[in-house]
Design a protein around this ligand. Structure first.
Ligand SMILES: Cc1ncc(COP(=O)(O)O)c(C=O)c1O
Length: 419
């Protein structure tokens, strides 16, 4: 066994006297507790049953996972993990700098080329997360004095992008092209319409083709967050924009995350080359953020290649979501019809939702519990995600567990089977 060498003081008369170790004196008390307001918020949260807690996963947990976003079952695919491990060994654990300094490797460039080619857009730009990609796209594409029109059900990252942008934002009714048209009609100048393709709470899809028509008539850009559509919707998982015939359109920009269907981490903006060039020069979350770790870029690239080779994964994931919906509906539970892999099952209230999810977990089924303030309509729900690699047996067990653990008030109609 070896031990770290201890620092040795020089011996003899030349050794300077060592000052006694000083104890740091306690800092003076602040005039007022600057965090007292946090305690008040925490108490309000506790009273409302809305406290969020972390539950670290264990690597070998034997749970059926309907909570993660690994839609295509690629996060542990051997080609994906091998590519990520090899990249970490070659490049190191991090990218070492921002994309414009040292954070771009050949892997980033390859990934951007293949993402663009696969999705049908002219160019792609990779970010450290989908969140960063959305902040970049919304802020850099909204001109000062311009207008952003944003769906009321949009993801928090798009909402935050609107807050950071130097443009007016009009929030419009959910999935409503007429509301978009009206918002654009009163504006003269650059405008961008922002929408999720598949909404992250309920899993319902935006009417992209109709939105695009409205945008074209008004001369506005359409920005689509395809976090939940990419890899699942469209031909071989090419995404919602591709499915709507909008891939490669000169006035359409799409963001994707690499953390869901591609099983890795990171995000990307897809669009016309001049838009991507603009982002490289103007998007703060591109310029001032450390580049995506090479392992994550390599993992996403390997996953994309698996998807190209095995396009059936995309359709299978969506079919599993539909099967879960049909079975839960037949048991009398109130769920929202899924347009991709996200499925929402309505709960009577937030406490019942928390208990329901905990009972599912105790029975070996991981489900997410969405409550206010993370839901736009204030309705708590279990949020399930489908995966292409779920077996028939796992689907049956998952449905049985959810139905057995459901509070009585969650049933819209009397269950058709035994509970
Ligand atoms: C609709 C939507 N957009 C963007 C994001 C952010 O992506 P990322 O997790 O890669 O930051 C998410 C993540 O949950 C999402 O659901």
């Amino acid at each position: 066994m070896t031990t770290d060498p201890q620092p040795v003081a020089p011996a003899g008369p030349l050794a300077p006297p060592q000052p006694p170790a000083s104890q740091p004196s306690p800092p003076p008390a602040p005039a007022r507790d600057p965090f007292a307001w946090i305690d008040e918020h925490a108490a309000t949260r506790r009273r409302a049953g809305l406290v969020r807690t972390l539950r670290p996963r264990t690597v070998d947990a034997r749970v059926v996972d309907l909570a993660g976003n690994d839609y295509l079952g690629l996060t542990r695919h051997p080609e994906v993990t091998r590519a990520a491990a090899d990249a970490a060994l070659s490049w190191g654990a991090g990218s070492t700098g921002s994309r414009l300094v040292t954070g771009t490797t050949g892997l980033h460039a390859e990934l951007e080329g293949e993402l663009a080619g696969f999705s049908g857009f002219e160019a792609a730009l990779v970010f450290a997360s989908g969140y960063a990609a959305n902040l970049a796209a919304v802020t850099a594409l909204s001109a000062p004095g311009g207008l952003i029109v944003s769906d009321t059900g949009n993801h928090a990252s798009l909402i935050d992008g609107c807050r950071l942008a130097r443009a007016a934002t009009e929030v419009v009714a959910h999935r409503d092209p007429d509301a978009v048209r009206k918002a654009l009609a009163g504006h003269d100048g650059p405008a961008v319409v922002v929408t999720d393709s598949v909404f992250s709470v309920d899993g319902d899809a935006a009417p992209l083709a109709r939105h695009a028509e409205v945008c074209r008539t008004a001369g506005a850009a359409l920005l689509i967050d395809d976090a939940h559509g990419f890899g699942v919707l469209g031909e071989g998982g090419r995404g919602a924009a591709h499915a709507a015939g909008l891939a490669g359109a000169p006035d359409v920009v799409c963001t994707v995350t690499l953390s869901k269907a591609l099983g890795s981490q990171g995000g990307a903006v897809l669009g016309p080359a001049r838009v991507v060039e603009h982002l490289v020069n103007a998007a703060r979350t591109f310029i001032f953020d450390t580049g995506l770790a090479p392992a994550a870029a390599a993992g996403a690239l390997a996953a994309l290649r698996v998807l190209r080779r095995e396009p059936q994964r995309a359709g299978r994931a969506a079919a599993v979501a539909r099967e879960l919906y049909d079975r839960l509906g037949a048991a009398g539970l109130d769920a929202v019809a899924p347009d991709a892999c996200v499925l929402s099952v309505l709960a009577p209230d937030s406490r019942a939702a928390v208990r329901w999810a905990a009972d599912c977990r105790a029975a070996g089924l991981a489900v997410a519990c969405f409550r206010p303030p993370s839901v736009p309509d204030g309705i708590s729900r279990l949020r399930l995600t489908a995966r292409a690699d779920l077996t028939g047996d796992e689907i049956a067990r998952a449905v049985e567990t959810i139905v057995r653990a459901a509070p009585p008030e969650a049933f819209r109609t009397p269950p058709t089977g035994g509970r």
